[in-house]
Ligand binder design. Sequence first.
Ligand code: ASP
Length: 322
Amino acid sequence: MVAALKNPNVDFRHRNLLGIEGLSAEEISLLLDRSDHYAERNRSARAPGKALSGRTVINLFFETSTRTRTSFQLAALRLGADVVNMAVEHSSIKKGETLLDTALTLNAMHPDVLVCRHPESGAVKLLSQKVECVVVNGGDGAHEHPTQALLDAVTIRRRKGRLQGLTVAICGDVMHSRVARSNIYLLHTMGARVRVIGPPTLVPGAMERFGVEVFHDMALGLRDADIVMMLRLQLERMQGSCVPSIREYFRFFGLDRQKLSNAKPDALILHPGPMNRGVEIDSEVADDIGRSAIQEQVEMGVAVRMACLEVLTRNLPRLEDG
Ligand code: ASP
């Protein structure tokens, strides 16, 4: 999942960040610790340092994004990098250039990091095999979204003080969710108990092989949960309809106060965004600042991406002046 190393790094033994699968608990902890460091820096008046000064980061997003793209951009800028955002709608991709030709073209400009989001699972890994720079997966199809899982983990760890032993319920459209997949790998590796809850049409078969418990009833699945992670209904990835109606979906699987009362009294609510209010989550719980950590997730997104960019570029050679 995570490509082989070219620049040995004693702490983080991967050249790219393509997924959470394959990362050790120590490597995940390293990224979480660095994220905490940057979260504190971002909250204080202290400059975050210029670990990426002289580096070039290209954001190449073939799917829409608000949080991920902006926070990668901010993260790179805060660390002193030059950042180029490729607007796919204005690029030669519109003229039919393939993903790999685009990758080779960008590679020829010698960026240090390419952050890529693509609608096809596996596309970012393929791209990483064709370029010399560091590649970070900003979400590939329904496969993985590693920085999302890391930012969820930092948010949980800061609020609950740990990941180990917590019960995390991931609810909704698990089938089409790269967020769910990356979270399952991470939470499992870090010793949390993971449950998935959703209608049978939206929970893949054989989920148990990932070491998770499967529920099709919110009241049962949420019982005594420490963390309630809601997922967006990903209509754009569905072939045909997977739910009878939005109204019915909300009735059985949308998070509202009543369903939430099954979880622990101090259970924390997460959602990766974008939220569909009244579909998978009720505004009353989404906006409850005592329970919902949704805005904190966005804040941690910048810190996590700073940490990932810093750790991945630590040992890259630098161009000399002159
Ligand atoms: N923003 C997340 C993703 O890109 C979740 C979502 O779109 O529902 O996967």
